[in-house]
Design a protein around this ligand. Structure first.
Ligand SMILES: [Zn+2]
Length: 346
């Protein structure tokens, strides 16, 4: 599932390639991908047609493109397998024949636009995509002949056009725009650990008073956003904490260390384009991430802990797998566990 670094990689790709471009048409190929749009596909198309995309913004794992009318945004949630892929202008790069921009020898199928007027400024040429995709759910046709695709194999993700609302704290909505606005469905999502406007001391206090297990707190997007299962496990491993430790028993410096570890691991993943475990996840340009090679705990069951050599263990937590080192990350004594643990006594 894409977490903050993966979504930020997509956001940066969109910021490079689709801003300033105007939507001229919308094709919805699967109704589930627009299930959160009250008026469905017709409403999505009606609200997007004619709109120019003005900024690509992210808070946590939530990503949106602001529209030029100033109070609407196209919100995308990638779910488990969602991708946003940019088809370039379709204009050949460097005067090459048009067919050369299609991958895998796929024949042109009408995706390619009419030629722009001679001398017209061309958008950046983006990695060519096939003419279509098995899991293409929503296609935005752009005025210059390019396209923005929402591809989602498992259809847990969705896109919608929604009103924007002022941020509760008056700060910027997210990374990518200074505007103090958020899509309405994102208003309850907390700032993330890479957000300069995050008040980290206040977060330490809120986390400790939440009286829950520390991994549960890290995954709570209303407390701090952007951390999912992968980076939670990596941060807990770095901070030498077991995920079931009760937050109110952690001294503030330990919470600060943990939050810094989570910020560090996400920043490192971001620097290499995020984590990718299979072909489902690619960035906006179609390139997979490489951080999976650097994971110390997540997905490493049975392999030696990079710090002490003990075999990494896998446990069930919140219906998912958690990975930790049995020596570096001791489980709390049963009496210290919080009510609400999935497996309190084992
Ligand atoms: Zn260890």
């Amino acid at each position: 599932m894409p977490e903050l670094p993966e979504v930020e990689t997509v956001r940066a790709g969109l910021a490079r390639h689709v801003l300033g471009r105007t939507v001229v048409g919308v094709d919805v190929h699967h109704p589930r991908s627009v299930r959160r749009q009250p008026g469905g596909a017709a409403e999505l198309a009606g609200r997007l047609r004619g709109a120019t995309l003005t900024a690509a913004v992210r808070r946590g794992k939530y990503l949106w493109l602001t529209l030029d009318d100033g109070d609407q945004a196209l919100l995308a949630h990638l779910g488990m397998s969602g991708q946003l892929l940019v088809q370039g202008s379709g204009r050949p790069a460097d005067g090459a024949p048009a067919e050369s921009v299609l991958a895998d020898g796929a024949p042109p199928d009408g995706v390619l636009p009419d030629a722009a007027p001679p001398g017209a400024a061309l958008p950046t040429m983006v990695r060519p995509l096939p003419a279509t995709h098995t899991h293409l759910r929503v296609r935005l046709r752009l005025g210059d002949g390019g396209e923005l695709w929402f591809v989602d194999q498992r259809t847990f993700g969705h896109v919608m056009v929604t009103a924007t609302v002022p941020t509760p704290d008056g700060g910027p909505g997210g990374h990518g725009s200074p505007a103090p606005l958020l899509p309405e469905p994102v208003r309850h999502i907390a700032r993330d650990l890479l957000d300069p406007a995050l008040d980290r001391d206040a977060l330490v206090r809120r986390l400790r008073t939440r009286r829950t297990e520390v991994k549960r707190a890290l995954l709570d997007q209303t407390l701090v956003s952007g951390v999912g299962n992968i980076y939670a496990d990596e941060a807990l491993w770095r901070a030498r904490l077991h995920g079931t430790r009760p937050t109110d028993r952690l001294a503030p410096p330990r919470v600060r260390t943990l939050l810094q570890a989570a910020a560090d691991v996400m920043a490192e993943a971001l620097a290499v384009g995020g984590t990718s475990f299979d072909a489902l996840y690619v960035d906006a340009d179609g390139a997979p991430g490489y951080f999976a090679r650097s994971l110390a705990a997540y997905g490493q069951a049975g392999k030696p802990c990079p710090r002490c050599g003990a075999p990494i263990r896998r446990e069930e937590f919140m219906n998912r797998s958690s990975f930790s080192c049995p020596r570096c990350q001791r489980r709390p004594a049963a009496g210290l566990r919080r009510h609400g643990s999935d497996h309190p006594l084992r």
